[in-house]
Design a binder for this molecule. Structure first.
Ligand code: GLU
Length: 503
């Protein structure tokens, strides 16, 4: 077989959606596995909706996901240009060839006429289809109308009956009734190509071997095959991927949650986790493996095993996978990934010293295992930054309603309120003293102490928390971490002013 060449051909009319990203990823996996070529082609002939800004974003988003391409608008290649708007002469050339061979014709119908035809067909309960009215205009006549300034589109003549079929690598043999297909437009009167035409010219000239794309293009395929046939080009192989749906079986949309890649990045989903998850949308590894790297996915991916049923996007599964990928990072990678989220939350400074980084590594090591997404981290870090007895949770209040607990909190705070530094050794000493003085042990002892230190009833284990707070108080931070004495004084002050607590 000739070299495998596949392409991802997005239209830069918006931010990239997970459905499209999945298409890109399946093409990429297939190319990388087969030692083939992966091409990025920008289909920007919808001039009103296409924007350069979207193309830039698209490229950034695909790179963020971990995809790279061998040919594309930003890097060039032997089959360029890779932006359809730069290929207009090529489309005009082949359209002329089809006119010359009598397989295409000029169509002078105005949008109003076409609309009228459409409405009439719909009113009769028929599928709207171009009547072929301009088919019979002799070429010389058409040329003289063009010379006198009239505008015309170019349409392909297609058989009005019969069947056309193709073999889809995922969906098997498919057949289409030609009587439902009207003569498709190749070039519009403004010279811009129609999608079904440009895609054929490009896929042929770019020597694409496999077209892997969304199922929404199945109905376009017979039109494209007719163009291949008219030009005498061999069509590539086709593989149409099922649609990506929400859990309610409707097409995945904003209603279901995040859909564009930048939204996932903002949520703190790692690109490798999203990559892993997207690969599972319609495909599963043979032994049910779940947490896989890009290289592992390349080795296992099998286009022939891609399912034809709709792929359901399960956010919880993605978050779970993200947690697994977060665990796989080294400590310094974890800190680097966490940093932007903590900076954004105003918890860490723009200028980070080596002390900041080493503290962050320790903190992240403790908190990361409690989250699915990096955007949940600032909330976890607040345990260190916020000390507000007035906002104590219900559980903590209930504990403090017990006289014995309240006594422990007060005793503990009295003992630490003048300490300038605090560590586990000092902590254990203080706890032992309180144990002797009160006779409390286990939960009875530690629950109130936790409340005294954090004003919360639960959180990180104390022997992990204490060093983090102690080191944190020594850092220069946008909002400092309260010291032990500040905590103790604040708590005592609060308790003295809360008459509803029993003393
Ligand atoms: N520009 C088309 C799209 O974004 C490409 C379809 C195809 O891959 O042929 O849907």
């Amino acid at each position: 077989m000739n070299q495998i060449r596949v392409r991802f051909a997005p239209s830069p009319t918006g931010y990239i959606h997970v459905g499209n990203a999945r298409t890109a990823l399946f093409n990429w996996l297939f190319a990388r596995q087969k030692g083939g070529i992966f091409i990025l082609r920008v289909e920007d002939t919808d001039i009103e909706r296409s924007k350069e800004e979207y193309e830039k974003r698209l490229i950034d988003d695909l790179r963020w996901l971990g995809l790279d391409w061998d040919e594309g608008p930003d890097i060039g290649g032997a089959y360029g240009p890779y932006r359809q708007s730069e290929r207009l002469e090529i489309y005009a050339y082949y359209a002329q060839k089809l006119i010359q061979s009598g397989q295409a014709y000029y169509c002078f119908c105005s949008p109003e006429e076409l609309e009228k035809e459409r409405e009439e067909a719909l009113a009769k309960g028929l599928l709207p289809r171009y009547s072929g009215r301009c088919r019979h205009i002799p070429l010389e006549k058409a040329l003289s109308r063009l010379n006198s300034g009239e505008k015309a589109a170019i349409r392909l003549k297609v058989p009005s009956k019969g069947e056309l079929g193709f073999h889809d690598l995922i969906r098997g043999d498919l057949t289409f009734d030609l009587s439902l297909i009207g003569d498709p437009i190749l070039l519009r009167s403004n010279g811009l190509p129609a999608y079904n035409y440009a895609v054929v010219i490009d896929d042929h000239l770019m020597a694409i071997s496999h077209v892997i794309r969304g199922e929404d293009h199945i109905s376009n395929t017979p039109r494209q095959l007719l163009v291949y046939r008219s030009l005498g080009f061999d069509p590539p192989l086709f593989a149409h991927l099922s649609m990506v749906m929400g859990k309610d079986n409707t097409r995945l949309s904003k209603r279901h949650g995040a859909t564009s890649l930048d939204q996932f990045a903002q949520m703190g989903i790692l690109p490798e986790a999203l990559f892993n998850y997207l690969a599972f949308l319609g495909w599963a590894p043979p032994e049910g493996q779940e947490v896989l790297s890009r290289d592992e996915l390349i080795a296992l991916f099998d286009l022939k095993k891609v399912s034809r049923s709709a792929a359901i996007f399960d956010y919880e599964k993605l978050y779970w996978l993200n947690r697994q990928h977060l665990k796989r990072l080294t400590l310094s990678e974890k800190a680097k990934k966490a940093y932007p989220f903590l900076l954004e939350a105003g918890l860490l400074p723009k200028e980070m010293t080596s002390q900041h980084w080493s503290w962050l590594e320790k903190a992240v090591d403790n908190f990361l295992e409690t989250v699915n997404r990096l955007d949940e981290l600032p909330e976890r870090f607040r345990l260190l930054f916020d000390f507000s007895p007035e906002n104590m949770d219900k559980e903590a209040r209930e504990i403090l309603d017990k006289e014995s607990s309240l006594r422990i909190v007060k005793l503990f705070c009295e003992k630490i309120k003048t300490l300038t530094s605090f560590n586990l050794e000092v902590f254990n000493q203080v706890v032992n003293e309180i144990k002797k003085e009160t006779g409390a042990k286990g939960k009875e002892l530690y629950h109130p102490i936790r409340i005294a230190l954090t004003a919360r009833a639960s959180g990180l284990e104390l022997d992990r928390l204490i060093p983090l707070i102690e080191e944190g108080t020594k850092l220069t931070l946008p909002k400092p971490i309260p010291s032990w004495s500040e905590r103790a004084q604040k708590m005592l002050h609060f308790l003295d002013n809360r008459p509803f607590f029993k003393v």
